[in-house]
Design a protein around this ligand. Structure first.
Ligand code: R1P
Length: 194
């Protein structure tokens, strides 16, 4: 619903962000993952924001989702990351989510890893689907706040405090990153519609 309100207000771009567990073993806590694709696992279970009668004022009944994440914005976000000296902590990958609010089991995480997910959260996909349905240009990134635990002999536990702490630790960098991306989008829009 907020995404459609944004559309009605004239918004053209959606930059979605989330905190997520890192499933890709190359990711470290505090890294950023640009989302290049997602797996809508809740959609597999029949939970999709576009369910129900389609409102043609927003978009078509059967929207494509193979190019959900704008390739130009991903490319420019990488360039910006380099300019800001963040290239070593910025990666690209596939996001997936379960409904939460519990963190995932070891078996669930092993399955998600086999499916090709690089980060795991509890949000974002519904907003992205709704945004693409009404033709917003979309980009998203995950802040990796914890490493997913995929071994039964681990003594670690994911917890929301750690997620919040890592978010706070990275807030200045993330603010700068988002500001730079928004600045790029504004410049591009202004050059198209002066
Ligand atoms: O996806 P966001 O809201 O960024 O936050 C993620 O972090 C929280 C769990 O710690 C959950 O809300 C999960 O979705």
């Amino acid at each position: 619903m907020p995404v459609r309100v944004m559309k009605l207000l004239g918004v053209t771009h959606l930059v979605a962000t989330n905190a997520a567990g890192g499933l890709n073993p190359k990711f470290e806590v505090g890294d950023i993952m640009l989302v290049k694709d997602h797996i809508n696992l809740m959609g597999f279970a029949g939970n999709n924001p576009l369910q129900g009668p389609n409102d043609e004022r927003f978009g078509p009944r059967f929207p494509p989702m193979n190019e959900a994440y704008d390739k130009t914005l991903i490319r420019e976000a990488k360039r910006i990351a380099k300019e800001l000296g963040l290239e070593n902590i910025v990666h690209e990958g596939c996001y997936t989510y379960l409904g939460g609010p519990n963190f995932e089991t070891v078996a669930e995480l092993k399955m998600l890893s086999m499916l090709g997910a690089d980060s795991v959260g509890m949000s974002t996909v519904h907003e992205v689907i709704t945004g693409r349905h009404c033709d917003l240009t979309v980009m998203a990134f995950s802040l990796i706040t914890n490493k997913c635990i995929t071994a039964y002999d681990s003594n670690d536990n994911p917890n929301h405090e750690e997620v919040m702490d890592v978010g706070k630790m990275r807030q200045d960098v993330l603010k700068l990153f988002v500001q730079s991306i928004v600045k790029y989008i504004k410049q591009t829009e202004d050059s198209i519609n002066p």
